[in-house]
Design a protein around this ligand. Structure first.
Ligand SMILES: O=C(O)C(=O)C[C@H](O)C(=O)CO
Ligand SMILES: [Zn+2]
Length: 276
């Protein structure tokens, strides 16, 4: 498992393209018949992917966790961006379709991921953070997520936000998670932009057409940098960084956070005119 250490604001402002990508892009987590994770030192959030293509996959512990099983001191949010699948958590089975989310809490010993049809396997995005309290495993479909549509065609940022794990949704110890779908013709996410010093964030872009890309913006508002991101790649956003993107077509992305609070609305807005 790859480990990503933290970088300071000053270091980031001096990084070249390669260093920015090495530190903040998570390019290869989705692989057939494997669970892959990157362990970050940003609130100790782990970013992962799993495609149970020809066999079911079991969440195993890692030496870096020094835990008897993966969720001994952690919780996990799982969103399916592929075909229909199943998640079993200590004998409880959840049927999960595309854009569905399953939360599994601390203390769950066995988590198994599987696909219903090997010809169209489930593709699971995984986000895990340390947990100090146990909450029950739950499934939310995208309809359960009380979708909210914001932005407009005029500003090319018309999009629908689905919140799954947050203060008023699925309960967790500190994990917050959901996804955003851009409407056809809209390309900007999270613009106007924001920061939240209280929480780190990770984005995983998906349904990005082949040969199209997302220009993801990061860095302090007055010192922005960019990463070119392809389909099914994730990015790490430090708590002091903006996290916003513009696509060469419309697309969707999963966002997830951990840190001081679970209040989705706790954001410090950045005026567009203040971005540099
Ligand atoms: O399109 C958006 O705006 C978002 O999806 C914003 C993210 O949800 C976010 O950054 C939450 O902190
Ligand atoms: Zn944010």
């Amino acid at each position: 498992m790859q480990i990503r250490f933290e970088s300071s604001r000053k270091e980031v402002s001096q990084m070249n393209t390669e260093a920015l990508r090495e530190n903040f892009l998570v390019p290869d987590i989705f692989e057939n018949d494997k669970i892959n994770f990157v362990y970050t030192h940003y609130d100790r959030v782990m970013i992962g992917g799993a495609i149970p293509a020809t066999k079911s996959l079991q969440l195993e512990t890692y030496d870096a966790l020094k835990a008897n099983y993966f969720l001994e001191r952690r919780e996990i949010g799982i969103i399916n961006i592929g075909g229909d699948g199943k998640i079993t958590a200590d004998g409880n089975t959840f049927e999960i379709s595309k854009l569905g989310c399953v939360y599994v809490g601390k203390g769950t010993q066995e988590v198994t991921l599987s696909s219903n049809d090997p010809a169209n396997p489930a593709v699971f995005y995984l986000l895990s953070s340390p947990a100090h309290q146990s909450y029950p495993a739950r499934l939310f479909t995208k309809e359960d997520a009380t979708p909210v549509t914001i932005g407009s065609m005029e500003t090319s940022n018309h999009r629908t936000i689905y919140k799954y794990i947050h203060l008023d949704g699925i309960q967790s110890s500190q994990l917050v998670m959901g996804l955003t779908v851009l409407q056809t013709g809209s390309v900007w996410n999270t613009m106007p932009s924001h920061v939240h010093d209280r929480r780190m964030e990770a984005y995983c872009y998906f349904d990005v057409p082949q040969n199209q890309r997302i220009l993801h913006l990061m860095g302090e508002p007055s010192e922005t940098r960019h990463l070119w991101v392809a389909d099914r790649q994730a990015i790490i956003s430090p708590p002091w960084s903006v996290h916003s993107g513009c696509g060469t077509s419309n697309y969707s992305f999963i966002w997830g956070m951990a840190g001081e609070n679970k209040d989705y609305t706790d954001m410090d807005a950045v005026a567009i005119a203040d971005l540099k």
